[in-house]
Design a protein around this ligand. Structure first.
Ligand code: PLP
Length: 436
């Protein structure tokens, strides 16, 4: 007798945890460090959240809720791409702060988190078994977001082995894309999407305008969709800070992909954004797609009903993003805070002498702990990860799932704890690593 009660898809999913660190995360979350009550507790440095700014956001949202009554539309159905007034507000925000170029409200749509945006746009842009090329290392959850429902394949593009080879430079070049296309073509695979994250998760590198334009032109010529995920756009590190400035070899100015999209006006270019990171609101679930491809936006509207952001959240976000005074101060303060927590981890890594990628943005440091591996394998990497957690309470994200060829690299989230707790976590990590 067949005991399966689920579809074959459901069976597969039931046995596929969304993240390798899920189980330890839940364990650690029950035992969090507190200097007074739980000094031997755990430090969650594996989840990409910005707790440095959550108090500021909470205060502003509380003010919005308490000083306004909820408009009628909030209780009703609305445009599946997002309520028109809120899209007007967010398009203005994108024009003024994120993209610094015109953004038509008709070219944006909202879903419940960037994850939903990624899932739906992958579904719309490519067919089952088409390949999404992602420079390695990269966000592990892309695999499920593009794969579970749409059946797209992730291809981890290896551009280097040791992190010193690239430093803070963004690694994808036209030559690499040509080679990849050839290699995939020889295997009968269809290179359908190039997915760039800028600032990047986990390396914190950022793509410059000229580089994005070159990649975009190549993609258009080759009929490949190019998507840039800018979910960490405002989580930028102040690279002029004298403590870290020597880490950066080249000058760099951030420019949103939206500028390239506007200049080239192509149906192959798209941008993702979300409020989970820069705006410390991962629980509110708010993701944004921006594309000049009207067919894509029509498909998005028709397919987005199961993924819509609640109208109550849309309303609050709309009110928040009308507050220009708040936004200007918030963006500056966020950069200050993110830079300060980043430096705290850099201090420790430098003291231990561990290689790391100098980040220009994001909430992470990607560090090389390979010298501590018992064996140079996936198992060796997992063993080291668990050992660090058991001995220090510090839960990192192991390299597994990021798709990078070298073992022993770990992602450290520096924005998830108050600085005083982060300092203790770093002391414990340093003390333990020095004993190995
Ligand atoms: C690059 C990237 N994209 C998307 C997401 C998911 O964001 P959301 O919480 O808005 O679904 C994350 C979360 O870590 C991320 O790092």
């Amino acid at each position: 007798m067949n005991n399966n009660t689920l579809s074959s898809r459901g069976e597969k999913l039931a046995g596929s945890p969304a993240r390798v660190d899920m189980e330890l995360f839940f364990e650690a979350a029950q035992n969090l460090y507190c200097p007074e009550t739980n000094p031997d507790g755990a430090f969650l440095l594996n989840v990409a959240e910005n707790h440095l700014m959550s108090g500021t956001i909470r205060k502003e949202l509380t003010d919005i809720s308490s000083s306004n009554s909820i408009p009628d539309w909030v209780l009703n159905y609305t445009d599946p791409a997002g309520h028109p007034e809120v899209r007007d507000t967010l398009a203005l925000f994108m024009k003024k702060y994120l993209c610094k170029c015109p953004v038509d409200p008709g070219t944006i749509g909202f879903s419940a988190g960037a994850a939903a945006i990624i899932e739906l746009s992958s579904f719309i842009l490519a067919d089952k078994e088409d390949v999404v090329v992602i420079p390695a290392p990269s966000y592990p959850v892309y695999t499920g977001d593009i794969g579970i429902k749409s059946g797209l394949e992730r291809y981890d593009l290896q551009t280097h082995f040791n992190i010193e080879e690239t430093g803070s430079a963004a690694p994808v070049t036209i030559q690499v894309l040509e080679e990849t296309k050839k290699e995939l073509g020889a295997k009968g695979k269809n290179f359908k999407i190039l997915l760039i994250t800028s600032p990047d998760n986990p390396t914190g590198c950022m793509y410059g305008k000229a580089q994005l334009r070159d990649l975009a032109k190549w993609c258009i010529k080759n009929g490949v969709h190019m998507v840039v995920n800018e979910i960490y756009a405002f989580s930028q590190i102040d690279t002029s800070d004298t403590f870290i400035s020597a880490d950066y070899k080249e000058d760099y100015n951030y420019s949103s992909f939206a500028n390239v999209m506007n200049d080239l006006g192509s149906e192959y270019l798209h941008l993702w954004y979300g409020l989970s990171k820069d705006f410390a609101m991962s629980g509110l679930r708010f993701g944004i797609i921006h594309s000049l491809n009207q067919d894509l936006m029509n498909a998005f509207r028709n397919g987005n009903i199961p993924h819509m952001v609640s109208n109550h959240t849309q309303w609050m976000i709309g009110e928040l993003f009308k507050r220009d005074n708040f936004l200007e101060k918030y963006i500056q303060e966020n950069k200050k805070q993110v830079t300060s927590s980043y430096k705290e981890v850099v201090k420790t890594l430098r003291r231990i002498g561990l290689p790391y990628v100098p980040a220009r943005g994001s909430l992470f440091i990607w560090a090389d702990l390979s010298r501590y591996l018992g064996q140079d394998t996936d198992q060796g990497q997992e063993d080291l990860w668990i050992e660090i957690y058991k001995k220090t309470g510090v839960l990192l994200t192991p390299g597994a799932g990021f798709g990078h060829q070298k073992k022993g690299l770990f992602r450290i989230v520096h924005s998830a704890l108050p600085t005083s707790h982060l300092k203790v976590a770093m002391e414990k990590l340093e003390k333990h690593l020095l004993t190995i």
